[in-house]
Design a protein around this ligand. Structure first.
Ligand SMILES: Nc1ncnc2c1ncn2[C@@H]1O[C@H](COP(=O)(O)OP(=O)(O)OP(=O)(O)O)[C@@H](O)[C@H]1O
Length: 808
């Protein structure tokens, strides 16, 4: 029933909003009856000016006595719209509330609240911050370090020379000297020798008392770099028998490292072939039985000396070993390596190193020895060590070789005792072989070629001088620099005869060596099971994070600041991030619509998280690629490492997302529930970390951060705010936007916001205008998770397939 007379403020004719009287949900219609149905009045100039504002745009009063008014903020208007009731404490009532929204238990909502100040995130974040701060003030070496009281250490001195006396004792034991019987408490050094005795006998047990050894034969091995057609080594033949300590000597650039890589299967020989125990097979197939100490020390700087070695033991020893057995073996080895007094010190980086470079070298050796390998390759094990420590390490290696382990090491200028401790020596020069055979025969061999070896000289130095062309043959006019070439040719011509004379005498018949199938069986029980390796990698990665609390705090702080900045930008909206046209038939009463703020928030959040999380995401794998390569090359499970690392980033991303969401939510007071906002933000952190992880596997560390940040900004910009997703749909390019997590994030934000006000506004029109689909937040969440997971799968494939050679 239209009202005949105008009751509008301007005197303009009213327009009936409804034929049958009805007050929309969320409206106040005090004067409307059947006789006086709701009306629309043309607004006054000042009211119109307010209605056109981008926000805070509702006229405080109706424009006529029969015009409904949207229920004011801080109050609610129950169905029928006859009363306006102030919002009670513990509830909040935004504009147009019909039923007050209940505040969370940890929210601040005084009477007449129009928005919720949710403190949940802040309180939870505060608890975690205090915990992390507590960690900052706990000396890092005490964190997670399990100090085991060791009876065996009772008589152990903490100085590094202790190993020396033990090694002498064990050598005596090996030689069967009854005076040095470790079981005899009266004998000299018996107590400290017990560690070494224990260690060596445990290694022997793992290797079936020497039965498992590997004899490695190589025939006319050559390697040429295809790219430059450069021949690095050629025609190297011989054999390293199981249970021997072999040295590879030669001047710098002679091809020692190249030869070792070829032997280990890290490089494919371009000529010749290698046999293992007399069978044509590759050493790379028995990764789990092999130890390799690279020339550079690749250790985890955040872990202690003991933890570095213990991790290796737990991952690589036969899986039926108890943890107590692992711990005991590690204790024995640490004592043998003279590292007892620094075992609980973190290794430290190059800049913040807390142990010496010689100690790092010993840790590096320890990480391989503790795995009780069947064959052990060491690239310059004694570099950086003083001569006494170098000698003690070599004696330890010799003792290990006597348990059946084949130990092959590249040596630079070994002192005489070290040289004489070797069973065999392979001398290289200019990529060619000058000699291979027993150390004791080397001097005679070169004397036979006319070299005069001075008495009292170190034979190793003499060999190196010969190989470097620094020694002349007195009776010859051949220039000394031409001699290595001539010696190599002589060796090649007489190789079989010479090798037979020197090596065959000690050769172990093939029938006494294990066949490939038996080796494969032994390798199959080496190493912890996948789930245990995952757990060990996870725990190790968590330790790394907690040992660097400043990095963790910085990352969390950056997350918090990013949320704060976005929150500040949204503060003037006072929680009203969306405004649509009122539901029919009250459309005419609507103020200016705001469909774009929520998509804009989604996009800003995506960009802010990209800036906050891309750099730390890169460091997850980018910082320790060398360690990953080292571990992969000796048979650690690559997937277990990856999963352990990924799991360890989840608490970190959760904390960053929590700080981010807390600041954002407290300042912007969105209509969305706090924990859904947190979940969405955290999943977006998960995506950014995933993408940054992939980038770190694909490019160099120094380029990783910038590239990851740019890619994360791009996927964030593809959120459907500008250009609007509806426009993109007309271009038929929605699929491209849907491949980016930002679009799903914005859609979830739009859906969660609009669903709160769907009783008041025409949200379908808003959805059509923006292009987002409403009512499918679970799908949005699932898609963000799936995309994040896809990035991680890509990161894993990147780890597997980029730099494959380094993982061999
Ligand atoms: N990928 C490569 N491409 C081309 N040349 C290479 C490559 N790798 C090594 N070389 C060259 O091959 C030679 C042998 O290198 P290698 O590292 O094996 O020597 P080395 O005896 O271990 O030396 P050092 O004792 O100094 O470590 C060197 O002249 C080196 O420059």
């Amino acid at each position: 029933m239209a009202n005949e007379s105008s009751n509008c403020l301007t005197g303009a004719s009213p327009v009936d909003l409804a034929k049958v009287v009805a007050c929309n949900h969320g409206f106040y219609c005090p004067n409307n009856t059947n006789e006086h149905p709701p009306q629309y009045c043309a607004p006054t100039r000042s009211c119109q000016a307010i209605r056109l504002l981008p926000f805070q745009n509702n006229c405080p009063e109706p424009q006529g006595i029969y015009e409904p008014i949207v229920c004011p903020k801080g109050s609610y208007c129950p169905a029928g719209g006859k009363v306006v009731i102030p919002c009670s404490k513990g509830h909040y009532c935004p504009l147009g509330t019909e039923t007050p929204f209940r505040c969370g238990r940890l929210s601040i909502c005084p009477p007449r609240s129009s928005r919720e100040l949710a403190l949940d995130g802040f309180l939870v974040a505060l608890i975690f911050d205090l915990l992390i701060l507590a960690l900052v003030f706990v000396p890092t070496s005490k964190l997670f370090v399990r100090v085991i009281p060791r009876k065996a250490h009772k008589g152990l001195k903490s100085d590094e020379s202790t190993c020396e006396s033990q090694l002498k004792t064990i050598e005596g034991d090996i030689a069967g000297n009854p005076d040095n019987d470790p079981a005899n408490p009266d004998s000299d050094g018996a107590e400290s020798a017990a560690d070494l005795q224990d260690f060596v006998s445990t290694v022997a047990e793992y290797n079936d008392g020497g039965e498992n050894g590997l004899s490695i034969g190589f025939n006319a091995i050559g390697f040429t770099v295809e790219k430059h057609s450069k021949r690095l080594i050629s025609a190297i033949s011989g054999k390293f028998e199981k249970g021997t300590l072999c040295g590879i000597l030669g001047p710098s650039g002679a091809g020692k490292s190249t030869f070792m890589k070829v032997m280990m299967g890290k490089l494919e020989p371009t000529e010749g072939f290698i046999n293992i125990n007399g069978h044509a097979t590759k050493l790379a197939q028995y990764k789990k039985l092999i130890g390799f100490v690279p020339a550079e020390d690749v250790l985890l700087p955040e872990l202690t000396v003991r933890e570095n070695i213990l991790h290796s033991a737990r991952v690589r020893l036969p899986r039926n070993q108890s943890d107590t057995a692992c711990q005991k073996l590690v204790d024995n080895l640490i004592s043998c390596l003279g590292l007892s007094h620094v075992q609980h010190q973190v290794v430290g980086s190059q800049i913040t190193s807390s142990i010496s470079s010689g100690q790092k070298r010993r840790v590096s050796i320890g990480m391989e020895l503790v795995a009780a390998p069947v064959a052990l390759f060491l690239d310059e094990p004694t570099s950086g060590l003083d001569s006494a420590t170098a000698l003690s390490i070599m004696r330890l290696l010799k003792a290990i070789s006597r348990t059946g382990v084949t130990v092959i090491c590249i040596l630079h200028q070994p002192r005489e005792e070290i040289f004489e401790a070797l069973d065999q020596v392979l001398l290289l020069a200019q990529g060619r072989q000058l000699y291979q055979g027993p150390v004791s025969d080397a001097s005679n061999y070169f004397c036979g070629h006319g070299f005069r070896i001075p008495a009292r000289s170190n034979p190793a130095d003499v060999l190196l001088d010969i190989a470097a062309g620094r020694m002349k043959i007195k009776t010859s006019f051949i220039a000394s620099q031409d001699l290595p070439k001539i010696l190599a040719e002589t060796w090649e011509q007489r190789r079989d005869e010479l090798a037979r004379a020197s090596v065959m005498a000690r050769e172990i018949p093939t029938s006494e060596c294990l066949k490939p199938i038996e080796l494969a069986r032994i390798a199959s029980v080496r190493g912890a099971l996948w789930h245990r390796q995952t757990y060990l990698c996870f725990v190790r990665a968590m330790k790394q994070q907690f040992r660097q609390p400043s990095g963790l705090l910085l990352e969390i702080g950056v997350g918090g600041i990013a949320g704060l900045l976005i929150g500040l930008g949204l503060y003037p909206y006072k929680g009203m991030h969306f405004q649509g046209t009122y539901l029919a038939p009250f459309e005419l009463l609507s103020s200016a619509v705001d469909y774009s703020t929520v998509p804009k928030i989604g996009q800003m959040i995506a960009l802010a998280i990209a800036l906050a999380a891309a750099a730390p995401g890169v460091s997850t794998f980018g910082e320790e690629k060398s360690l990953y390569w080292r571990e992969a090359s000796v048979g650690h499970s690559r997937s277990a490492y990856f999963v352990g690392k990924v799991l360890s980033t989840i608490p970190r991303t959760a904390l960053s997302a929590l700080h981010f969401t807390s600041f954002y939510a407290i300042l912007s007071t969105p209509l969305m529930a706090f924990w859904i906002t947190f979940l969405l933000n955290m999943l977006y952190f998960y995506c950014v970390y995933g993408l940054a992880s992939f980038v770190s596997t694909a490019v160099k560390r120094e380029n990783g951060t910038l590239l990851a940040m740019i890619l994360c900004l791009i996927i964030g910009a593809f959120g459907g705010y500008a250009p609007p997703l509806s426009t993109i749909q007309t271009w038929r390019l929605e699929w491209l936007w849907r491949m980016c997590p930002g679009t799903w994030l914005s859609e979830a934000y739009v859906d969660q916001t609009l669903k709160q006000v769907a009783y008041l506004y025409d949200t379908n029109t808003a959805a059509r205008w923006t292009g987002y689909t409403l009512g499918r937040t679970p799908l949005d969440i699932a898609m963000i998770f799936l995309i994040g997971t896809a990035y991680r799968v890509a990161a894993f494939l990147g780890l597997l397939f980029f730099d494959r050679n380094k993982q061999r």
